[in-house]
Design a protein around this ligand. Structure first.
Ligand code: ADP
Length: 220
């Protein structure tokens, strides 16, 4: 396994399993995971000004303004020391955000090492998101599918609550997929040109997706 600090971006349409993969990668590589969606949901819970703003975007399934997200992520990244590994989950989501990240990394004399893109058909994304619930109240909230009876029962038995994310409401799901295609997919070309892009199919089980990501990261 590599011993250099890793600076990784994890991309993928809604439902591709970014948060599941980042949890597994965090454990394996002791990385700092900066997951913008979860950060924003935490702000909603705390009812901060950022949370109130985010909530209105969640209801519609659209992206928060670039300048807001760039400020959020800059604040987090500048507090990491140079030898710490990080994985960005949910940032950048637009070319403007990617350019800002490049500038920030350059200023810090650093660089992104790899961009992992999880690919998934729209049909499977709709199936996953339509059945997704968050198990809340047992530490860090985590997603599960309502068809996965074992996980659902375990969550409830341990005292967790099953909550539907506001942006997993059916009419919002299609809008999120559209926004991904329109605003985020162009980033694939951006990182392909930089020679950083690794595309991995996310159709399989989380463990097999993880194995493929690990192969990429261990090859860096
Ligand atoms: P998913 O990838 O499943 O849509 P996330 O949890 O990553 O979910 O993000 C949820 C929502 O948070 C997004 O739909 C968007 O409204 C907001 N968000 C997260 N990251 C960003 C970002 N980098 N730029 C703009 N909005 C963001």
């Amino acid at each position: 396994m590599t011993t250099q600090p890793l600076h990784i971006i994890l991309m993928g349409a809604p439902g591709a399993g970014k948060s599941t993969q980042s949890r597994m990668l965090k454990a394996r590589y002791q990385m700092n995971v900066l997951a913008t969606g979860q950060m924003l949901r935490d702000e909603v819970t705390k009812q901060t000004a950022l949370g109130l703003l985010a909530d209105s975007y969640f209801q519609r399934g659209t992206l928060l303004p670039d300048d807001v997200m760039i400020a959020v992520i800059t604040e987090r990244l500048i507090h990491l020391t140079k030898n710490q590994s990080f994985l960005l989950d949910g940032f950048p989501r637009t070319v403007v955000q990617a350019e800002a990240l490049d500038q920030l990394m350059q200023r810090q004399g650093d660089a992104i090492d790899a961009v992992i893109s999880l690919s998934l058909s729209d049909q499977e994304a709709v199936r996953r998101l339509g059945g997704r619930r968050m198990c809340e109240g047992l530490g860090e909230p985590f997603p599960l599918h309502i068809d996965d009876k074992t996980s659902v029962e375990a969550c409830v038995r341990l005292g967790g609550r099953l909550v539907t994310r506001p942006d997993d409401e059916p009419h919002v799901i299609l809008e999120r997929l559209r926004v991904y295609e329109e605003e985020t997919a162009p980033l694939l070309d951006y990182y392909q040109h930089q020679g950083l892009l690794h595309t991995i199919s996310a159709e399989g089980k989380p463990e097999s997706v993880q194995e493929q990501i690990v192969q990429v990261l261990d090859g860096i």
